[in-house]
Design a binder for this molecule. Sequence first.
Ligand SMILES: [Zn+2]
Length: 126
Amino acid sequence: MKDSLDTFSFYKKFPNEKACEDFIIQSRWPHGVYCPHCGNYKLYRLEKQKRFKCATCRKQFSVRTGSVLAKSKVPLQKWLMATWILTTHRKAFSSVRLAKTLGVTQKTAWFLAHRIREPFKETGSV
Ligand SMILES: [Zn+2]
């Protein structure tokens, strides 16, 4: 099975939502997290809610805010796994197969597959 996924390595790198969140933070804000509302770098991290609170405008946001994940409830781990699968497999990976692999509905798998083509594209201006 030449196209089997090395899931062991994936789970080692992304064992939980926290690890996934940190990874997304690193890739989205390589120079440090800033507020998408006012651009300020002074933030509080609300660990429990998995959100940030801006010290200046006091608005809250998460790693999903302003990204393609904004309206999605899909766990970050499933999102990253879908991204990994679809970027690893150059050939088409059907949404039926993706749904089975991730343990999500086919509708969700279809949504993920389509959204992954434009990863973390910022929507609108701040
Ligand atoms: Zn702010």
